[in-house]
Design a protein. Structure first.
Length: 455
């Protein structure tokens, strides 16, 4: 049994954890939920030994662990799949899967055995990729599956999964859940962090809720409404599932030809792109970006979206600096005022706009990217996974924001791995498979969309 009792952790004046508790039994799946900044990732880093708590105790099988570090955690059977990848991009898939435990004889690498072990692990995780390919050349979904396969190779007795399905399609997520059930039958205890309530209720034996660094709720029998109320500390506000109005007159912002399929999008319209991971959705957005001026929110915010070494203020105003300067000089006060307005509007949790954007939680980093697009005032917005890594409360806010942007006359092209999100937000839907657009669908025709996607 893994037990964390009264765990506290602070970073300067910011209190990340306040006497948080967590218990995981062998063969049990515990879902840990909470808003962005609630302390979930910090608690997981404590479990993995990456962070030392300021106070509190950690016990494994009734044995108290005084100073848990990553090496000790691995030796005790704790493996962690991080929300942000911990892969070596220049190494191959096979080399990443066996990193740190390479088969060798007298210091010489056994390449065939390494390849065989990597092949078994990739098959268990459902990873379909060339084992000799550098990880940097994999898609986001393939990199996530590589992380899962790597963790499976460590014979873990406790597995920590931090947003493992964030970049996976529904079939890939179901395959992962099948693996989790298999591991559960082998008495492996698992901590499962997710922002998707449906997943938590589907796979977890027990749900734990963190809020402001504290464990505020724990139950094996609860409802989504109760969980959201404990996450927010209040009853959630109701939101419309579909927009109330569409633009009455057509005002095309973009006309595009994709491999022989011509389509257009008007001002005030949300066009959803439905497709499974690997269907070519991101390539479609990038092809648009190469031909038309647009605001782009990438699916991988750290590689393609954020300037991680810069402040929140710099990241928010990166696309609108021309409004805050003259003759090549930036007006710092004007820039700061604009950043503070968008921080308040989007409820971005930060100590100040001067805080490094790299120190924000994943959800708040995503809000910062959306804030940059708002300040840049683009007419066409390309949103690739806009709610990836965002908690349930923030997701409602972002949905409302996307609708508001469309109501203000923006043309929004939306890509999301959560098809429910595409159905709920879109005015029209284009379905994609194998890099081609199959046709245009009404958001209400969900069965037809699914049939098109699955062939």
């Amino acid at each position: 049994m893994l037990r964390l009792s009264k765990i506290s952790k602070s970073y300067g004046s910011a209190q990340a954890l306040v006497e948080a508790d967590l218990v995981v039994k062998p063969g049990e799946i515990v879902a840990v939920l909470g808003q962005n900044g609630a302390g979930k990732s910090t608690l997981m880093r404590v479990i993995s030994g990456a962070e030392q708590p300021d106070s509190g105790t950690i016990e494994i099988d009734s044995r108290r662990i005084n100073r848990l570090n990553p090496q000790t955690a691995m030796r005790l059977g704790i493996a962690m799949i991080c929300q942000e990848f911990s892969l070596c991009p220049h190494l191959s898939v096979a080399e990443n899967l066996t990193l740190g435990r390479e088969p060798n004889a007298w210091g010489w690498l056994k390449g065939r055995r390494q390849y065989a072990e990597a092949s078994v692990l990739s098959q268990r995780a459902g990873l379909q990729a060339d084992l000799d390919r550098p990880v940097a050349r994999l898609t986001v979904a393939q990199q996530q599956l590589t992380e899962i396969a790597k963790a499976l190779g460590r014979a873990a007795t406790f597995l920590v999964l931090d947003e493992p399905t964030a970049a996976l399609s529904q079939p890939e997520s179901e395959r992962l859940f099948g693996l989790m059930r298999e591991l559960k039958g082998q008495r492996v205890g698992m901590v499962f962090i997710t922002h998707r309530l449906r997943e938590a209720f589907e796979i977890a034996d027990r749900i734990v809720v963190l809020r402001d660094g504290r464990t505020v709720f724990e139950s094996s029998q609860t409802t989504p409404e109760q969980v959201i109320e404990h996450m927010l500390g209040r009853k959630p506000e109701k939101t419309e599932s579909h927009r109330n109005a569409r633009p009455k007159e057509r005002q095309p912002v973009l006309e595009h030809d994709h491999r022989g399929f011509r389509w257009a999008i008007d001002r005030g319209e949300i066009l959803g792109i439905a497709g499974l991971v690997g269907s070519g959705r991101t390539s479609l957005l990038r092809s648009i970006l190469h031909r038309h001026p647009a605001g782009y929110l990438p699916e991988d915010r750290k590689r393609f979206g954020l300037a991680l070494s810069r402040s929140l203020k710099d990241n928010l105003t990166l696309g609108s600096l021309h409004r805050h300067g003259r003759a090549g000089w930036i007006d710092q006060k004007s820039q700061g005022r604009a950043a503070k307005r968008i921080v308040e509007r989007l409820a971005i949790r930060s100590q100040s706009v001067e805080q490094p954007v790299s120190s924000l939680s994943g959800g708040n980093q995503q809000k910062a990217l959306l804030g940059r697009l708002i300040l840049a005032e683009h007419d066409l917005l390309l949103l690739d996974e806009p709610t990836r890594g965002v908690d349930a409360g923030a997701k409602v806010e972002i949905h409302r924001l996307i609708r508001q942007l469309a109501d203000d006359g923006k043309a929004v092209v939306l890509v999301s791995s959560e098809l429910e999100e595409v159905f709920a937000l879109s005015d029209r839907i284009l379905a994609m498979r194998d890099g081609r657009i199959l046709g245009e669908y009404d958001p209400q025709a969900q069965d037809e969309v699914w049939q098109a996607l699955l062939g």
